[in-house]
Each structure stands twice: as C-alpha cells, then as structure tokens.
Design a protein around this ligand. Structure first.
Ligand code: PHE
Length: 340
C-alpha cells in the first residue's frame, strides 16, 4: 500500500506542465485512481483492519491532494507572471497608427504665465496661494461676503445658479472666506482661479474669465499698506514704476472700498485714446475688509483688520499684450497661442 502511495506521489511531483498534472490527477485521484483501489476490498476486511485502512486512506488522500494543490498553484503563478510579462505596455512609445504632427513642445497659456509670476511675487512677500471650488455655495459666494439675498449687489454679478443653493462662483472672493475659516488670523493669502458670469459674450465680455483674489489680515492694517502692496504688484507686472490713485468704489465686503487706477502707461498721464484722455486706467477693486465679514468668519474685528483686492487676470493679460478681443483667450486657436 505504501508503495502504491509513494509511486502516485512521485507521478504527481514529476508533472512538468499544468496539462500533465491534470492528467495525473484524473489517474491518481479519480474514480479509478489509487484511493479507489485502496478502498475496493474494504468489504472483505475485519473491523479492525478496516479502521486502519480507513485511516491510511485519509492520510494518503491528504498528502496526494496537498502535493497536487502545491504544484497546481506554482504552475498558476508561473503562468500569471508570464502573462504579465507579455502584456507589459510602454506608454511612452509614440503611436505608429496615428503619427503626431511635428508641433514641437507646447507653451504656457498667457494667463498661466501671468498667474505664476504673480504667485511667485506674493510668495516672496509671505502670502500663501490658496485654491477654492468653482462650484460654490451661496453662503461662501454671497452671504458670508455681506451680500444677503435681497441685496442689490447680487444683481451686479449675473449668476449661473445650480441646484440646492449652489452656483458657479462669480468671483474669487469666496476663497477669502474659506481662507479665514480654515487658517484664521494673521493671514496673507492670494487665490487665483476661474470665475463665471451669465453674460452675453462679446469682445470684452466672457462667461468664463480669471481673477486673482488677495487678502491680508493682521493688526493695524491700513490703506497705506494696501497701496504699498498694490504698487509693488503692478510695478512688478508692468516691469516699471507705476503711479496709482484710489477712488471710492462700492463692494459690500470692503469698507472703505476703492477702485484703484494706474497712471496710463501709454501716454504717461497726459491723455490718449487708451485712457480716454483721462490719464488714468481703472485696474483693480480693493478695500479694507468689512468688520462684519471678519465677524461672520469667526475673526474678532476689535483685534484684527485687513485689506482685500480682486485682480482681473484676464483683463491684465489683455492690457499687457494689447489683446483686443477677450474671446481669443479661450479659443484654443493655435495661431493665437503660438505667439506666447
Ligand atoms: N470680488 C469683486 C468682484 O469680482 C472684486 C473685489 C475683490 C472687490 C476684493 C474688492 C475686494 O467684483
């Protein structure tokens, strides 16, 4: 009996392939296999012999099946390794069926270029660059900025409304709120990003454009600080010393609020068609953060105050490169993009 078992085990272990192993399994463990042979004459045995035989058959069965399973899983993992090897795909190989046109390397969109420049500048002044969602809540886009539902300022920004008090953000100012909520004072942050307004599109209006929000909260922040930062920013962007002035402007989340103008870079202030003979070009809205806005975001206005500004990145790019139609920027037109 032991001989029978040993030779069966050897036959299993000698299988060189999965197919061979399967054939051996049928022979050895199948209906006519060793185990069947061992139980064939059970009826003729005494009770004692039968018990011993039963025990032997059980151990034999375990060792045969164990040997079979071990070899089977080795064949399986070998096969898998082989398959993975053969299925390896080099994603960097250029397609042969659709050869790429010889375009050469791409370049950064002018808005990205100016955005990165301004980010670098503000980082060097200790500001963090924050990101916020484009799908915003009514709370962050309006209420927390002191623009309640019935406030006429809501009509200043034609809004794409979504379901459940959500909307496409109409400005980057909601990121101010998120910055205050998340980081608290003191705070120096900018937030560049896409904003959306439900406007009819023409040479100077787009439904989608770019802004860059800035905010600084600290103790004793003054209009002087605001003007300094804005002058530094604009001199850096236009690569020359600029002269700025403030005019009163209304935004519910700043008090006092301003429109900041720069002296016309074309005529140097003497008057030309670009500045409509005024010598000044309106560039960015800004102001000191309304104490009510601080309070709504959990900041004590008796201890902290700050300034905020909203820079139109799209507008800035158009001024810098003398682009006369805003629609070029999102056109994806290579004739336009290759110039940068
Ligand atoms: N969020 C305002 C807008 O887009 C601009 C702004 C930002 C004004 C910050 C003042 C301070 O119209």
């Amino acid at each position: 009996m032991q001989d029978l078992l040993d030779s069966a085990l050897q036959r299993i272990q000698a299988s060189a392939t999965a197919e061979e192993l399967e054939a051996v399994r049928v022979e050895v463990l199948g209906r006519k296999g060793v185990l069947a042979q061992l139980s064939k004459d059970m009826g003729k045995l005494t009770a004692e012999e039968r018990a011993a035989r039963g025990k032997f058959i059980n151990t034999a069965k375990q060792s045969l099946e164990g040997a079979y399973e071990a070899l089977k899983s080795r064949f399986e993992s070998d096969a898998l390794a082989k398959r993975l090897d053969s299925e390896w795909l080099d994603l960097t190989v250029p397609s042969s069926s659709a050869p790429l046109p010889a375009t050469g390397p791409g370049s950064l969109h002018p808005i990205t270029q100016i955005q990165w420049e301004i980010e670098d500048l503000f980082r060097s002044l200790g500001f963090s660059v924050l990101d916020g969602p484009e799908v915003e809540t009514e709370h962050h886009n309006f209420d927390a900025l002191n623009i309640p539902p019935d406030h006429p300022a809501r009509d200043m920004q034609d809004t794409f409304w979504l379901e459940g008090h959500h909307l496409l953000r109409t400005h980057t100012s909601p990121v101010q709120v998120r910055g205050m909520e998340k980081l608290g004072p003191p705070l120096r942050m900018i937030a560049p990003g896409r904003v959306f307004r439900n406007e009819s599109v023409d040479a100077s209006h787009e439904h989608t454009f770019y802004q860059l929000e800035g905010m600084m909260i600290d103790r004793n922040v003054s209009v002087g600080n605001l003007t300094f930062f804005m002058k530094t920013l604009l001199s850096e962007i236009f690569k020359r010393e600029v002269t700025v002035r403030l005019r009163p402007g209304f935004f519910p989340f700043v008090e006092p609020g301003f429109e900041l103008d720069i002296e016309c870079l074309i005529c140097g202030g003497s008057g030309c068609p670009v500045c409509k003979q005024s010598g000044w070009v309106e560039l960015l809205p800004c102001g000191l953060v309304n104490p009510h806005v601080l309070r709504m975001s959990g900041i004590d206005p008796n201890e902290w105050n700050g300034f905020a500004f909203g820079l139109g990145l799209t507008r800035l790019v158009m001024m810098r490169y003398a682009i006369d139609d805003i629609r070029w920027l999102q056109s994806g037109d290579l004739r336009f993009l290759r110039q940068f």
